[in-house]
Design a protein around this ligand. Structure first.
Ligand code: HEM
Length: 518
């Protein structure tokens, strides 16, 4: 009798284990899929992951070395295909751009936070073309000409506020809030035709916090809820944060749209900007209220975090690279002199300064994985199968440390760009991808449409910082160049430095402007 009971128990245990293995196996072990022609998935790790946390680029770089230029990795039920070579990036994202230009419907980013709106999340097709067209109106060459003087002015205010806040180098300062406000003002002008008039205006802190929260919640693989559908039905603190962020974006950016609209309705002459374009075209393009809020919010905060991040990385790098600083300031003294400071028109005659900006973007791209693309059809590439729905990720970290393209790639060495006479915008169009300066602005049809604006902003800020200041780190507060804040957008761990005016004339030029309201 006893032996029959124990036999039953054993059978039940075996059945239970088999059922468990049936359901758990695909969650733990790599799924092997083959297409009709017998092509296998690109190689990759044997287990599935739930998420990748901070410094994910290190894991990706190691896998790229182990599995090659195109490898695949399962995150829960989602397949990622990782591109780590310039030629593969061109073949997939540029030449086959019609197939690799859509976006995954991420649960946290696209559904909870953006509620299906915003250009960065829009799926390739009618919606994306509509969004891109509207962005192109706001960023057309004539509009850019108008923003040029604004950007010039904002860079002036940036240098002045750093100079004044640091009491001419007496007090060490954390530059993050100032570079953030600089980038924010530029974006507010392009999006809403307004600017903040002081660093302490509450909108500055609010907008920068929202940008940081957005970047942290929307990393390509920071939320396991994106890869395990069952979790989408359960409450979680992350999801609550996502909802709060959605509401805050509507509140802050919607509030600014309402202000703009009431100015328009009262007959005031309002400036050309993204929101004017959206309101003018609202009916024709059938844009609802959330479309307006999310389009303007994500356009603005995307341009803030990235541009501010690059200025911060420049300031983090330069105190420990004295030879670069000396060479840059010698170039400025020889070409510009000390009676005026550089303008945008001087860019071509200051190749070393341009090289510094490119090198900062290479060693410290603000997004190591750009914004993931997604395959809208099954595709076979060199005998490898990329199924429809795969997320295709540009691995900028490995691309930027390709020793064949950038020898001694971990060194901050602007010299490597000494023969590069092109702007980033021009470089991104080069037919030989090995000649492209870097991949910081992405690739293919979804390449950053704000590239020319970002380039101009960075030029004005960084060339004028170099012209104006000597940069000193604090002996007791080392600046980390390895660690960083952020799961998606990367900014340095907060740091302080002294900005000491190089000569008396700096103060004279800086004090020729005051804060103004537009
Ligand atoms: C240094 C500053 C910036 C960096 C590093 C940067 C980087 C990027 C990257 C990597 C992408 C994704 C590209 C891809 O999917 O392949 C992107 C998309 C985008 N960027 Fe930027 N960006 C910057 C500044 C700006 C500025 C100033 C604006 C607006 C004026 C802007 C507007 C956009 C928009 C609207 C998209 C979405 C494009 C789409 O999905 O079709 N960005 N950016």
């Amino acid at each position: 009798m006893l032996s029959i009971v124990s036999l039953f128990k054993q059978i039940w245990a075996s059945v239970f284990l088999l059922v468990l293995a049936y359901f758990v196996r695909p969650v733990i072990l790599r799924r092997l899929i083959v297409d009709n022609e017998g092509n296998h998935l690109p190689p990759g790790p044997n287990i599935c992951y739930a998420f990748l946390r901070k410094y994910a680029e290190r894991a990706l770089d190691a896998w790229a070395k182990q599995y090659g230029d195109l490898f695949s990795i399962w995150m829960g039920s989602q397949l990622f295909v990782v591109v780590s070579d310039p030629h593969v990036a061109r073949d997939l994202l540029v030449i086959n751009g019609a197939i690799f230009s859509t976006r995954k419907r991420y649960f946290m980013k696209n559904q909870v936070i953006l509620n299906g709106r915003a250009i960065t999340a829009s799926e390739y097709g009618h919606k994306w073309r509509q969004h891109r067209r509207l962005a192109a109106i706001a960023l057309n060459p004539m509009a850019m000409e108008q923003y040029a003087s604004v950007m010039d002015y904002e860079s002036h205010i940036l240098i002045k506020s750093l100079h004044d806040e640091g009491a001419r180098g007496k007090h060490p300062i954390n530059p993050a809030h100032f570079s953030g406000r600089f980038a924010l003002n530029n974006m507010l002008i392009m999006s809403f035709g307004i600017r903040t008039t002081s660093a302490s205006e509450p909108l500055v802190a609010k907008a920068l916090d929202l940008a940081m929260e957005f970047m942290d919640l929307t990393g390509p693989w920071s939320n396991c809820v994106d890869f395990f559908e069952i979790l989408q039905y359960l409450p979680s603190s992350k999801r609550t944060r996502g909802r709060r962020l959605h509401d805050a974006l509507i509140d802050v950016y919607g509030g600014m749209i309402m202000d703009f609209k009431s100015r328009m309705l009262s007959g005031e002459e309002v400036p050309d900007c993204l929101v004017k374009t959206l309101l003018d075209n609202q009916e024709k393009e059938m844009l609802d209220w959330e479309d307006l809020c999310m389009l303007s919010a994500v356009f603005t905060l995307g341009g803030v975090h990235s541009t501010s991040g690059i200025i911060q990385w420049f300031l983090a790098l330069i105190p420990s690279h004295r030879e670069v600083l000396t060479r840059a300031q010698t170039e400025l003294d020889e070409v510009i002199g000390r009676n005026r400071w550089p303008t945008f028109e001087d860019e071509e005659s200051l190749p070393f300064i341009r090289a510094i900006i490119k090198e900062v973007q290479r060693v410290h791209a603000p997004f190591w994985f750009a914004t993931p693309h997604c395959a809208s059809e099954d595709f076979a590439y060199k005998g490898m199968y990329i199924p429809k729905g795969s997320v295709v990720l540009l691995n900028c970290y490995t691309l930027h440390h390709n020793e064949a393209r950038y020898p001694d790639s971990f060194k901050f060495n602007p010299e490597r760009y000494k023969d590069d006479k092109l702007s980033c915008t021009e470089s991104a169009k080069l037919p030989d991808v090995m000649d492209r300066d870097h991949w910081t602005f992405g690739a293919g049809r979804r390449i950053c449409p704000g590239l020319p604006a970002a380039e101009r902003e960075l030029w004005l800020a960084i060339s004028r910082l170099l012209w104006s200041f000597d940069f000193q780190a604090l002996p007791d507060e080392p600046i980390s160049l390895e660690e960083y804040d952020g799961l998606s957008g990367r900014t340095p761990i907060p740091f302080r430095l002294r900005l000491i005016p190089r000569f008396d004339g700096v103060g004279h030029i800086i004090n020729t402007v005051e804060e103004m309201t537009l």
